[in-house]
Design a protein around this ligand. Structure first.
Ligand SMILES: Cc1cc2nc3c(=O)[nH]c(=O)nc-3n(C[C@H](O)[C@H](O)[C@H](O)COP(=O)(O)OP(=O)(O)OC[C@H]3O[C@@H](n4cnc5c(N)ncnc54)[C@H](O)[C@@H]3O)c2cc1C
Length: 379
């Protein structure tokens, strides 16, 4: 194994596996360092399902990135001969007149995206088993659906290896240092050198960014699988992904993947952690409280008992937009990660963007929303 590369990618999770693939595909000698193994369940990219959608209420600038992500997902599916995206549709409900409602209308005014907008009565007529509050405005996104995050990470990592990338699993980056000739990376097993370093260390990037003055919040979120009385209503053929933002919090869920349970989780809520290594997978009574209430309120007697769970890390910037930028102290290092609980669907396109940035090319996508100079400490 060589100890010198064009690029080192530290952290081969959602973002890193995609970056590794795109860099290798562009012919660069690239090495990924992953402290566990690609597709593991201790970071932010696990739990069988992630929402994939085009309509974005947070900011319409995310939409062009998603157009490219959809293209890249199709390419990856063809390459690996595997289905990664399940286009079952998506319903999103929020309060009439809320920031969510305004955000959706702004998105549809900016981008020509096929969609339907329903009153609560129209939505109830289509999905009578969803008990939506009377003040709901409901959107249907026919482009929406879900993908399996572990499958995405493994597909990107396997494709990167096919393209000639080196992958060092069960190896932890301890430190890095940039100088005039490149970057030296020290792991718990060896020293490596590269021209450039991409830091896609997910929740483990927090100390690096806090040193720069960026304010971040790390949360432990729990995904819970519930038995349902009539599973036929939740088959992917008839049940879309759902995001419900007016249930005393923000919740979402998926059609059944195993025929026995439905996964749901809360976008709001979560427990603040001091560091990514403080993560644990024990189920606490407080993990179930809001979700059980949500399931009961939304599905009534159909909602059964919780049968499985998985804890996951979410790292939030204050404005919930991502961070993708050169390190302010050295252009040899690119920082990419805190994706505020909504980054997975962008992993295909962000990997491509990182490969362009590493080579000094202007990214084909507009990523100005993700620059570090929006944080006052870095102005
Ligand atoms: C419960 C939950 C639900 C979500 N739902 C959605 C959704 O529906 N749709 C959506 O688009 N997004 C969603 N997200 C967000 C999305 O999953 C994340 O934004 C995305 O997975 C982040 O990827 P990442 O590469 O930054 O982090 P990770 O995938 O965690 O990757 C970071 C990697 O770096 C490795 N690493 C860290 N430090 C080191 C080191 N020093 N040396 C070597 N390796 C290291 C870690 O082991 C890890 O593999 C959700 C997140 C969670 C937790």
């Amino acid at each position: 194994m060589p100890d010198s590369y064009d690029v080192i990618v530290a952290g081969v999770g959602g973002m890193g596996s995609s970056a590794l693939y795109h860099l290798a595909q562009e012919g660069l000698q690239v090495c990924g360092i992953e402290q566990f193994e690609p597709g593991h369940q201790r970071g932010s990219s696990h739990g069988d399902s992630r929402i994939i959608r085009k309509a974005y209420f947070l900011d319409p600038s995310y939409v062009p990135l998603m157009h490219r992500s959809y293209e890249l997902i199709e390419e990856l599916e063809r390459r690996r001969n595997v289905k990664l995206f399940h286009n079952v549709g998506l319903i999103t409900a929020g309060v009439v007149g809320s920031a969510f409602h305004r955000g959706m209308e702004k998105c549809f005014a900016t981008h020509d995206l096929p969609h339907a907008c329903w009153t609560v009565e129209e939505a109830r007529a289509r999905y009578p088993h969803f008990n939506l509050p009377d003040d709901s405005i409901v959107y249907f996104d026919p482009a929406g659906g879900f993908g399996d995050p572990e499958a995405f990470v493994k597909a990107h990592a396997a494709s990167a290896l096919e393209e000639g990338a080196t992958l060092m699993s069960d190896e932890r980056m301890i430190s890095w240092r940039a100088d005039a000739n490149g970057v030296e990376v020290r792991t718990d097993k060896r020293r490596l050198r590269a021209e450039k370093l991409v830091l896609t260390t997910g929740a483990w990037i927090i100390p690096e960014l806090r040193k720069l003055g960026v304010s971040l919040t790390l949360k432990r979120k729990v995904q819970v699988w519930f038995e349902m009385a009539d599973m036929s209503l939740f088959r992917p053929e008839v049940c879309p992904v759902f995001i419900l933002k007016n249930r005393g919090g923000d919740f979402y869920g998926f059609p059944t993947l195993d025929g026995r349970s439905v996964k749901t989780a809360e976008t709001s809520g979560g427990t603040v952690l001091d560091s990514a290594d403080a993560q644990h997978d024990r189920l606490l009574p407080s993990d179930l409280q809001n979700l059980s209430q949500f399931m009961h309120n939304t599905f009534g007697a159909l909602a059964g008992r919780a049968v499985a769970h998985q804890a996951c890390l979410q790292t939030f910037t204050d404005d919930q937009n991502f961070i993708i930028d050169h390190h302010p102290e050295t252009a040899r290092v690119i920082l990419c990660s805190p994706c505020s609980g909504h980054g997975f669907k962008f992993t295909p396109v962000i990997g491509e963007v990182l490969a362009q940035m590493v080579q000094g090319r202007a990214p084909a996508q507009d990523i100005s929303l993700f620059r570090l100079n929006r944080f006052p400490a870095l102005l």
